[in-house]
Design a protein around this ligand. Structure first.
Ligand code: HEC
Length: 113
């Protein structure tokens, strides 16, 4: 896991991509309050009511959190959750969550045979 994150960081640095790095180990701890809704593995709880976050692009997750915090994206639940997060918390949490194994799948299973 750590090696993958390091490799990803190296690749990003090498390609000159600019986005938050964050500390995934610290993020694992900071992400605990999120599990009640987003699931212990961040693939959503069984009722499917909340979005899956595992494996989602880090910059997407970070942007969503910044937007909830600023009110640019409005959702009362997430605004409450994001309002107490610092920029560093967002970097750390999204570094962690974006590297979790995702159970997201595409729509290919919807194709008719
Ligand atoms: C009480 C339930 C609840 C908790 C706890 C919670 N969330 Fe959410 N989260 C939601 C809901 C509901 C949405 C969908 C909101 C919307 O429609 O914009 C959401 C959406 C998100 C999104 C956007 C997903 C997307 O695909 O656009 C992110 C990122 C996110 N949450 C991160 C977090 C993080 C990080 C935490 C912990 C700090 C957290 N959430 C805690 C309920 C929750």
């Amino acid at each position: 896991m750590t090696l993958r994150i390091l490799t990803a960081c190296l690749l990003l640095t090498a390609s000159g991509a600019v986005f938050a790095n964050g500390d995934a180990a610290a993020g694992a701890n900071k992400a605990k309050p999120c599990m009640a809704c987003h699931g212990n593995d961040f693939n959503a709880t069984a009722d499917g009511q909340y979005p899956r976050l595992a494996g989602q692009y880090q910059d997407y997750l970070a942007r969503a959190l910044h937007e909830y915090k600023s009110g640019d994206r409005s959702n009362p639940i997430m605004q409450g959750m994001a309002s107490s997060l610092s920029d560093a918390d967002i970097d750390d949490i999204t570094a962690y969550v974006s590297h979790l194994p995702s159970k997201l799948h595409d729509l290919s299973h919807m194709k008719r045979k």
